[in-house]
Design a protein around this ligand. Sequence first.
Ligand code: SAH
Length: 485
Amino acid sequence: MNKDQIADIVIEDMAEDGAGIGKADGYPLFVKDAVVGDTVRVKVMKDKKRYAYAKLLEVLSPSPDRVRPVCPVAGPCGGCQLQALSYEAQLAFKQKKVREHLRRIGGFAVTEDADGDGVYVAPVLGMDVPFCYRNKEQFPVGRGKDGGIVTGFYAGRTHDIIETSDCMLSVPVCESVLARVKQWMTDYDIAPYDEETGTGLVRHVLIRTSRYFGTSMVCPVINGEELPHAQELVDLLTQDRQIISVCYNVNTGRDNVILGERVVPLYGQPCIIDKISDRMFKISPLSFYQVNPTQTEVLYAVVRECCDLSGSEVIWDLYCGIGTISLYLCGGAKQVYGVEIVPAAIEDAKMNAEINGCKNVEFFCGRAEEVLPAYYEQERAQGRAATADIMIVDPPRKGCDPALLQTMLDMTPERIVYVSCDSATLARDLRILCDGGYRVERVQPVDMFPQTVHVETVCCLYHQKKDFISVPYEPKNADYLKQLK
Ligand code: SAH
């Protein structure tokens, strides 16, 4: 295909990044903002020899799954990739994505039939209202073409800020917070950060909200050690009584990392408190916390089903963050050990154990791939059997380190529950675990990130050689899950 060539094509499939895929003369074209089932007119932009990227010029005939995006900047903004696809079709897209990763990357035989042979990926558990779910936003701040201050989100694959103060995925408070921050910057002539030159002060505005209390924390990320006119910012923000915490974060680095290590409190405690199930959690700005609290309850309920606790289990919760899964499960187990790399998160986890009166949990700060092997070696050196009944892993997108997977295989827990936010690395790691003697019992995706291409997956593995009774999965708690929605 030649650059600038125009073609009319039918979109037959969708790529992992949400682009529509159709063929012109047998040649695959990737078209952003086109959805499966559309007939579209496109213009070829970049030829990659075996395929090309094309720009959507016109939808000639819309797919039955096409919907009108609710957000006016859904196209240019890089945050949502699937807003033009009906929610039902989004869930089907994600189920297929997980299944295809297991097949292609993990080399698993997969089945689309719940009773078929092979690994079955269950339908994705979705939301009733798949908008306004995010409890955390990090809005970049910059300068617009007219010299004014803009906040919004980065356009896909670039650092151009698409101006939006009213994101359809965020909680409503963000709009007024951004307006106040912009007003403060204008009133006191405070410059936004400029990535090109490394000058200017305000880089991002982090906003975290507690779903349970409806309270929010605002934390500008600044390129400097001191925040000028801090009291004026506090006064302006706290006119909104929902804002109970204001702090700032220092990040003077020149790279793309959003948060620096130092948090300076200005007003209230530098944290928010939220509730999941019957547990309270303190969350500091630097700690990880699931961004979709409604679906976190669904996710953790699936994890609990997979654990099927009797009360006698020893559990390792690896990549534990602020200890949410550990504390969610510890009431039904004998002992839980949590491991997490971020010191602030481990401090939160210990505090959370105390707040909730949980005595049978212990947290370790360090890399999971170092802490677990060290524990295993130490126990063996002392002639003790280092084992566990259940290991839960919930790693970031890059998945588990090989050294961790090897120690898990050495320790051979009866069950492994793998919680993953990237099904490609999940598939890679499951292959290693299954080659080491485990069998995939259940794969349950949960939609933590509606309107985007991301999918969270819980996978339950049993060790094959251990003497246990394998019961086909029956959702004991199906009613409970329904109640949560
Ligand atoms: N299970 C938690 C957190 C999951 S997010 C929850 O549901 O809230 C993944 C966590 O892994 C983050 O808190 C991150 O800081 C941590 N992490 C990243 N790399 C790690 C490593 N090598 N060892 C231990 N923890 C790590």
